[in-house]
Design a protein around this ligand. Structure first.
Ligand code: FCB
Length: 443
């Protein structure tokens, strides 16, 4: 039996995607509130105003986790719920919500794993440029201080950022996410400051939390060349460089990868590249979000990356159009293990959206999600057998939720949410996960 006894079996969510209560109890506005209320930004005009109403229904959700046998839950704190203006005074009602959630989890023997930045950045700080402002490093460290002081007596596991690549490149450059920017130099600045913020926040967390386990979560999908042509091979190296090495090298080596620095050229003007050495603080774990494979081809017409994605007609895809490629998880981890001195690894997200059928007899039959989870859990198991230090797995997601610019149309949950009644119904995949956890824990 590969899974160790103390393996963390969890579900993952994020504040803006599930909480709702967007304007309740003194919560400040976040960038996703502003973005989703801007016409044309999110499919169907969906917003996180109500979402899964987890803010009011967290007790029911904790009870569901307990029924499934989860021993860990990864959730995020809404920064403007606890510090409405992003800096300065805190909101007691907001802090109180996370107190109650953490207490309910501990009572159910479920370990809380907190993410500080899962994208719902305070809108009030956008007037000063958000993550493009060098002061954002200190804003984030101060917020980490508030939260780790407040919850540090009960929460051991802390994740600084979730997928900073997505915030920086999709949010500040391509504009498909909040805050809807359109500047590559802006995106690179945002990434830089998030990485420095990580470096500043980890020591603060350690100071406030006894036996802290602190880390960062990155989106680490599989990138492979679309053909064996040299130009495509080089294109895949560039693409992987921007997604993987641009973040892993700072975190583990304190420098940026030279080939990507060269590629980005003058887009990096104004960034003190040397300063990145402060991002390389010792961490206890790397959080890995893994969903899919991308095939990459050379595209001279798209500077500075000169790349394009190629859709793999021969493969199976999820409702997101994401190629299902379980073996990529292990291939990535083996590669990281060769290039970095890896700490513990948690798979902080893995899962799939499918067009589920409505419930029948109080269960949703979702065979494709069951197959997806089974295939990926098998990969995790063999990775552990090979000696890779994977200490936990978190399915994305516990609940169907607000899938960012796709709105509620894409369902990732192992528990269905009916958005008219907010009723929760388990899916077959949740019952499969429950069995797998029980099997691993009894072995
Ligand atoms: C990841 C995000 C998470 C969710 C999944 C499907 O990129 O971290 O919030 O949207 O994708």
């Amino acid at each position: 039996m590969a899974f160790p006894k103390d393996f963390l079996w969890g579900g993952a969510t994020a504040s803006y995607q599930i909480e709702g209560a967007a304007q309740e109890d003194g919560r400040g506005e976040c960038v996703w509130h502003r973005f989703s209320h801007t016409p044309g930004k999110v499919e169907n005009g969906d917003t996180g105003d109500v979402a899964c109403d987890h803010y009011h229904r967290y007790r029911e959700d904790v009870a569901l986790m307990q029924q499934l046998g989860l021993n860990a839950y990864r959730f995020s704190i809404s920064w403007p719920r606890v510090i409405p203006q992003g800096t300065g005074s805190t909101n007691p009602a907001g802090l109180d919500f996370y107190d109650r959630l953490v207490d309910a989890l501990l009572k159910a023997n479920i370990r809380p794993v907190v993410t500080l930045n899962h994208w719902d950045f305070p809108q009030a700080l956008m007037g000063s440029g958000g993550w493009t402002n060098p002061d954002s490093v200190q804003w984030f460290a101060d917020y980490a201080d508030v939260m780790s002081r407040h919850l540090g007596d009960r929460v051991t596991y802390w994740i600084t950022h979730n997928e900073p690549w997505v915030v920086a490149f999709v949010g500040y450059w391509m504009g498909r996410h909040a805050p809807g920017g359109n500047s590559l130099p802006g995106g690179l600045k945002a990434a830089h400051h998030m990485l420095l913020g990580h470096g500043a926040a980890v020591p603060v967390i350690r100071q406030n939390v006894r036996n802290a386990q602190a880390g960062i979560t990155l989106d680490l999908h599989r990138y492979e060349p679309a053909s064996d042509k040299e130009a495509d091979i080089q294109a895949a190296i560039r693409e992987e460089g921007v997604h993987h090495r641009w973040f892993l090298d700072p975190v583990f080596k304190g420098c940026y990868p030279a080939d990507i620095v060269e590629l980005m050229g003058e887009n990096l003007d104004g960034i003190d590249l040397e300063a990145i050495k402060t991002a390389a603080v010792p961490i206890d774990f790397l959080g890995v979000n893994y969903y899919m494979r991308f095939l990459i081809a050379d595209n001279p017409g798209f500077p500075p990356m000169h790349n394009r994605l190629v859709y793999n007609d021969d493969a199976e895809h999820t409702a997101m159009g994401w190629e299902i490629y379980p073996q990529g998880l292990i291939l990535n981890l083996q590669k990281f293990n060769e290039n970095y001195d890896l700490p513990d690894i948690y798979i902080t997200e893995n899962g799939a959206a499918f067009d589920d059928a409505p419930p029948q007899n109080d269960v949703v039959e979702d065979p494709r999600r069951v197959a997806y989870l089974e295939a990926h859990l098998n990969e995790v198991e063999s990775a552990i057998e090979q000696g890779l230090p994977i200490k936990g797995y978190f399915v994305w997601s516990l609940l169907d939720n607000f899938e960012w610019s796709y709105g509620y149309g894409k369902r990732f949950g192992i528990i269905r949410v009916d958005y008219d009644t907010l009723k929760r119904t388990v899916k077959r995949s949740a019952l499969y996960y429950k069995d797998r956890i029980a099997q691993a824990s009894s072995g």
